[in-house]
Each structure stands twice: as C-alpha cells, then as structure tokens.
Design a protein around this ligand. Structure first.
Ligand code: TXA
Ligand code: MG
Length: 336
C-alpha cells in the first residue's frame, strides 16, 4: 500500500478558491484560514462530510462544531434568532464572535453533537469570506488541530498536525487574532452566558446587550456535555511539555532556575536574557501577545524543555481570553 499523499498548501488565487469550493461541495475537507485560528471545514449541511472532521481530528462525537456563514440570510436557515443575537451580529460580525442559538432542522445532528442548539459565526478573514461565497454552503469548522493540541495559527501548523489526514489547506497567512472566537450562549436571550472568552471581550458583549453575562459550567465550553476530568487527559494536553502557570514571574527567580526549564514572561523582563527566557510581547501589548501565544507554545514544545513556566496576563478584557488558553494548555480546562 502506498502512503496517503501529504496535504498541499494552496495560495488564495481565484483559481484555487474555485477548486477548493468544488472540493467542499463534493463533501471533502479543506483547512481554511480565519482571523481567529485555522479551521477544518466541511459542508455543514452534509452529515457524511462533517463525520470526516471528527475522524481527521480524533475529536469525540460529543463535541459540537461551529458553523461558519457568509450572510445573515444563511443564519436564518440554520438557527432561531432573537433580538439579542441580531444586536450582537450587527455589532461584531463579521468577526471573532460565535453565537449559540436553538437550531433549525436543516443542521445535521452530527454538527451539534445531538444538541438542540447550534453555534454560528460569520468570520472576517477575506479569503474565508470569498470561499464561503463561492461555495454557497455554510461550513462547519472546528480548529484544525488534532484533538487536544494547540490551535493552528498558520497553514504550516495545520500541515504539521493534520498533514497526513487531509489533502487541502488554504493559506491565508498568520491569523490576525490568534485565539479562538468568543462564544456566547443566547439560547435564552434573557440569560446570556459566556461559554468561552475571546478577543471580543465580556465587557464589549455586555455593553451591547445591556446585561451581565453569566458563565458557562465547569470548563465552560461544551454546554450540557460532561467534561472529562483534566487528569484523564493529561498526556494529550497541549503543549506536551508540562506547563506551570504563575501570576507573576520574578526575573531574579527565573535567573536562578536551571536551563532545562523555560520561562515565558508576558512582557520582556528587565535585564534578563538566556536561551530559556521568552516573552509574549516585548511591551506586553495584549493583542500582539494573543497573536503570538499559540505559535510560541508550539515552538517551545519542540525545544525539549522539561517544564515551561508561563506568566498570566494582567488585567481584564483580552487578558481573560489569554489566561483561559494558558489554563487549557496547562491541562486545567478541557480543550478541543
Ligand atoms: O475561532 C473559532 O471559534 C475557531 C474558528 C475555526 O472559527 N473554531 C474553533 O472551534 O475554535 P473549536 O475547535 O473550539 O470547536 C468548537 C467549539 C466546541 O468545542 C464547543 O465548545 C463549542 O464550539 N460549541 C459548538 N456548538 C456548540 C453548542 N451547540 N453549544 C455550546 N457550545 C458549542
Ligand atoms: Mg479547537
């Protein structure tokens, strides 16, 4: 038997977009760029195509997918909308916000893991928007990583993780946001809940709704589905190198540590350098830190350190999302 062909990375030419839109309509998987992270897409209305997503990622069937749309008209075919959803969509779409709403029957059960609700997002990335328009179908797409590993923010990350499982990757450059979307549960518009923090902050969503957001359950993300205890998934967690979180790392402490352990500061530490000293952004700018987080975790994971010490982001807003991802990477919260 010959080995399966490795995935090919396609530049965003008009010809390639037509080809990839045809592959999607034929029920194949295509890894796609979005402004948050890369997604692994299939025709959301084709249950057999969506089943391939779960197989390629090694994703458990109880973990539902996000459906990506091009227009508000598409939203109406997939979900029961409400006034709160329309207000958030108007303010933040296209963008890094996913809304959970009661689903309509057009959405196959496999997409929502059997839940009566569906998660929908209108992405902003221009290539993804062109692909969605050409394809003419909503696209189901979780992050394009093997289940439990760090989400990909470049086409190369996708190839490194799924290159043997898929054939098509559309290259849209490095993801501008770098963290997965904010997920807001609007099944009951009177009691909106934040299921996952993201670049669109809790405070921004609350300002539009004129209401405080409740929180998800333990771990926050998969509504209704029980979350496995973090310990059970220890070895799958990302990065593979054990990650230890600190509210604040003292440069003096890091300087005394041994060189087999890496220190990941939020901002550049004063007068400290070394082959095991890293920072998310020199000036500690949260947007730039978010953009670099996943790529840096991957790079550090490949360096053979025994342990990575990471400093939490200070403050609210985007810091809530960055710290949520650090906790997931440390195996303290379930991730998919
Ligand atoms: O930015 C993003 O959200 C990226 C890009 C590709 O759009 N997608 C993404 O998908 O990160 P991912 O791997 O996180 O998987 C989708 C998550 C599920 O794990 C689940 O937590 C949540 O979305 N989700 C999907 N449908 C849901 C539903 N009906 N109720 C609650 N949560 C849901
Ligand atoms: Mg994911």
């Amino acid at each position: 038997m010959t080995a399966r062909p490795a995935a090919r990375i396609y530049r965003g030419t008009t010809r390639n977009l037509s080809l990839l839109a045809r592959r999607l309509r034929a029920g194949e998987l295509v890894a796609v760029p979005t402004e948050t992270v890369y997604g692994l897409a299939a025709d959301a209305l084709d249950a057999r195509a969506c089943a391939k997503i779960f197989a390629a990622k090694g994703r458990p069937a109880h973990d539902p997918l996000i459906v990506h749309i091009h227009s508000l008209a598409q939203l109406e075919t997939l979900a029961e909308t409400n006034d709160a959803a329309r207000r958030l969509a108007k303010k933040f779409w296209p963008g890094a916000l996913t809304l959970v709403l009661p689903k309509k029957s057009a959405v196959p059960a496999i997409v929502t893991a059997g839940l009566p609700s569906v998660a929908v997002r209108m992405p902003r990335h221009p290539l993804m928007r062109r692909l969605l328009r050409r394809c003419g179908r909503p696209l189901a797409a979780p992050s394009a990583n093997p289940f439990g590993y760090v989400s990909p923010t470049t086409a190369e990350h996708v190839r490194a993780g799924l290159g043997k499982k898929i054939r098509f990757i559309l290259d849209g450059g490095p993801a501008a946001v770098g963290l997965e979307s904010t997920i807001v549960d609007l099944r009951d518009p009177l009691r909106p809940r934040l299921l996952r923090p993201g670049a669109i902050s809790r405070e921004q969503v609350e300002a539009v709704l004129g209401k405080k957001l409740g929180s998800g359950g333990a771990g926050g993300v998969v509504a209704h589905a029980p979350l496995p205890a973090p310990g059970l998934l220890d070895r799958h967690y990302s990065p593979r190198t054990p990650l230890v979180l600190h509210k604040k790392i003292s440069p003096a402490h890091a300087a005394k540590g041994d060189a087999t352990e890496a220190w990941l500061f939020f901002a550049r530490p004063h007068r400290l350098t070394g082959s095991n000293i890293f920072w998310l952004d020199a000036r500690g700018d949260p947007r730039r830190a978010a953009r670099r987080l996943f790529g840096l975790l991957r790079a550090l994971d490949g360096r053979g350190f025994k342990k990575i010490h990471a400093e939490l982001a200070p403050g609210g807003g985007l810091a809530e999302a960055i710290n949520d991802r650090l906790r997931r990477a440390a195996g303290l919260v379930n991730t998919s």
